[in-house]
Design a protein around this ligand. Structure first.
Ligand code: NAG
Ligand code: NAG
Ligand code: NAG
Length: 191
């Protein structure tokens, strides 16, 4: 509540009205777009990273009545930040780790490492997640069947552009992520 009050004072002071975004809290999947590869479809949460070629890992604790097993990874946007669409108290926030991996917080922890990026707004003009960011899918296996999401970034010390998913023995392909409305069940938590 204190935070909300401070926020509205700030927006009055800056004389820029907070734009009410209709899409806030409406769940969506994030689907691959504009890839040079044949890869397509939604990205899946599994083991704190996002994947093409791995199934969604969701979890129902035994003490949650009516908890449904969900095999689709869906998201909600809030105030320019991105969260997994979950029931677990505290939620699960999506962020870019300091080494450029698209990551999410584990249940019951809000811990996000220093140097991470949390500005992952879905732009209401085109439904793309922050199109100024450079997303790649990089394969992690010899057969290029499992790919994780990695963001290119500039090393602040050396100025060089880093893609920490690229190993010289694998494949990386640039992708964009488009929000597509999701009407299925909400997962309790993703693991
Ligand atoms: C998560 O990925 C691992 C490794 O590929 C896989 O074995 C596991 O089945 C996946 N989890 C789910 C729930 O599919
Ligand atoms: C997801 O679950 C639905 C409903 O249980 C099922 O029909 C579908 O085949 C599942 N998809 C995957 C990829 O496991
Ligand atoms: C940036 O480059 C320096 C020097 O090579 C390296 O020690 C550091 O780990 C790099 N940081 C990141 C975040 O890549």
């Amino acid at each position: 509540m204190k935070f909300l009050a401070a926020l509205s004072l700030f927006s009055l002071a800056s004389a820029i009205p907070l734009k009410q975004r209709q899409s806030d809290d409406a769940p969506f999947t994030l689907n691959l777009r504009w890839s040079n590869s044949p890869l397509s479809g939604p990205i899946n949460a599994n083991g704190s990273q996002f994947w093409h070629g791995k199934d969604t890992a969701s979890f129902c604790p035994e003490n949650i009545p009516g908890c449904k097993t969900v095999n689709t990874t869906s998201f909600v946007g809030r105030d320019g930040q991105l969260f997994l669409n979950t029931g677990v108290p505290g939620g699960q926030q999506v962020y870019v780790s300091p080494t450029g991996l698209l990551t999410y917080t584990v249940p019951h922890s809000a811990n996000i490492p220093e140097g991470s990026l949390t500005d992952l707004e879905v732009f209401s003009t085109n439904n793309f997640i922050n199109p100024f960011l450079t997303f790649h899918l990089c394969s992690v296996d010899q057969e290029d069947t499992q790919w994780h999401l990695v963001l290119e970034y500039t090393n602040a010390t050396t100025g060089s552009i880093v893609n920490s998913g690229y190993t010289e023995n694998n494949a990386c392909t640039r992708v964009s992520l488009e929000a597509v409305p999701y009407e299925g069940d909400t997962a309790w938590e993703f693991s």
